[in-house]
Design a protein around this ligand. Structure first.
Ligand code: ATP
Ligand code: MG
Length: 412
């Protein structure tokens, strides 16, 4: 049941025609068997990088020292990697050296999990040396070989095990799980950027609540202790429930996870994760504003849009929806009133937006220049514009130059 795209078939056939072996390998084989669409197709081969470069017209040296060449077919790149034996791991992350091999089995042996260690091509069919199919059918993440050894070689694999379990809805096989619990302190050898990638993939999966496994195995004791405290604390259920109800985007999932922390600690944690400024600021603001209530009338909403900005206010609605759903589930009490309030506010926001109501100074029908001509100077101008904005937010019909000029007299 593995159907390779024509381009992948062609690449493999060309390598075979030159006298070498080539297989689709890893994630693409796993995803095909599961009936999921692979993100990309990785190819493993007995040919050396230099030999791959002789076979194909357009190639890019992606990681020649690790044996990887990217072959360009049209606008798509395919990573082709020579069968590899990873040398000794020195820093719990990277092999000291890699050795090329002519045996597919060597290459499959170095891979992390049985479900990621299968290869396929049309001439040989499926190559499954480690019973990956069996684990796929059982829904299990299991290390290739001895779990403790594999996690000692590369500590990132501990995060990957949990991430794959969340993405696929799989259990972690007992030895593999126990090895993570035992070796969790070595996670401190992994860079925060890599930890963040695995964390966000977990949060954005269909099972974001599996993030709990980062706490249960002890991983988030040695890194990210604040997240550990959320997951191990008395609001843990709150965070896990809210994750389930939150929109599948990093900002909302991080905000759901961290909603019970103090805003300063939210910012600190997100910075620790080396997240981009956009995510740090928006998540922190969502948490900080999560108790804000906006009155159900247009002037109050326009004032709020002015204060928070269009993008954030819509995010606040989204965040609030998840908070309400979470409270309903945890308390078992229907919050019909809160839900209706949010629906009304969202409809009102659409109305205000469609009408183009004035919500900021540049929407005013009068400019600083107009006020200068009128005779105002320096700080008076900004102050007057703000006052006029206040009036117009209250009553949009007054947003007309002549009316505003007349109003200035009145304000002064
Ligand atoms: P995804 O769908 O997330 O891309 P994937 O299985 O393709 O999943 P990649 O990180 O793209 O994962 O890696 C491709 C393959 O390389 C994996 O399937 C696995 O066989 C191998 N691999 C990747 N990272 C490691 C690692 N740290 N240790 C051992 N093998 C690894
Ligand atoms: Mg991949």
């Amino acid at each position: 049941n593995i159907v390779m795209p024509q381009e992948v078939k062609d690449i493999i056939k060309q390598i075979e025609a030159a006298g070498f072996e080539a297989f689709a390998v890893g994630g693409c084989v796993r995803d095909c068997i599961l009936g999921r669409t692979p993100q990309d197709w990785d190819i493993t081969t007995s040919a050396l990088p230099s030999q791959i470069k002789e076979i194909f017209a357009r190639t890019i040296d992606t990681g020649i020292q690790h044996g990887t060449v990217t072959v360009m077919i049209g606008k798509t790149g395919y990573e082709i990697t020579t069968y590899r034996i990873d040398g000794e791991y020195k820093d719990c992350r990277h092999p000291e050296n890699v050795e090329f091999s002519s045996d597919l089995k060597d290459d499959l042996k170095r891979r992390d999990f049985t479900i990621n260690a299968m290869a396929y091509n049309d001439s040989t069919g499926l190559v499954d040396e480690f019973d990956g199919i069996n684990d796929l059918n059982k829904g299990i993440i299991r290390c290739v070989g001895d779990a403790k050894e594999r996690f000692t070689e590369d500590a990132l694999r501990m995060m990957r095990a949990i991430r794959f379990s969340a993405q696929l809805g799989f259990d972690i096989e007992e030895n593999t799980y126990n090895a993570i619990s035992k070796l969790s302190p070595s996670i401190s050898h992994v860079s925060m950027e890599r930890i963040q990638v695995e964390l966000v993939k977990t949060l954005l999966s269909d099972n974001p609540g599996y993030v709990m496994r980062f706490y249960e195995t002890g991983l988030f004791k040695y890194v990210l202790p604040d997240i550990g405290r959320v997951l191990g604390g008395r609001y843990s259920r709150n965070a896990l429930t809210m994750l389930k109800f939150s929109k599948k985007q990093p900002v909302f999932r991080y905000a759901a996870l961290l909603n019970t922390l103090e805003p300063e600690n939210v910012r600190k944690t997100l910075r620790e994760l080396k997240l981009d400024n956009y995510t740090v600021e928006h998540v922190t603001k969502l948490v900080a504003n999560s108790k804000v209530t906006i009155e159900e009338n247009e002037p109050a909403l326009r004032e709020a849009v002015h204060q928070y900005g269009r993008e954030l206010i819509q995010m606040m609605f989204e965040h609030e929806a998840a908070i309400i759903a979470t409270k309903e589930e945890i308390t078992g009490i229907k919050l019909a009133g809160k839900k209706k309030h949010l629906i009304v506010l969202r409809a009102m926001y659409d109305e205000i937006t469609k009408r183009g109501d004035c919500i900021c100074i540049k929407d005013l029908d009068i400019t600083g220049n107009d006020l200068m001509e009128y005779g105002l100077k320096g700080p008076e101008i900004g102050k007057t514009l703000n006052e006029l904005l206040g009036v117009v937010i209250e009553n949009p019909r007054l947003n007309d130059k002549a009316t505003l000029i007349a109003l200035i007299e009145h304000l002064n």
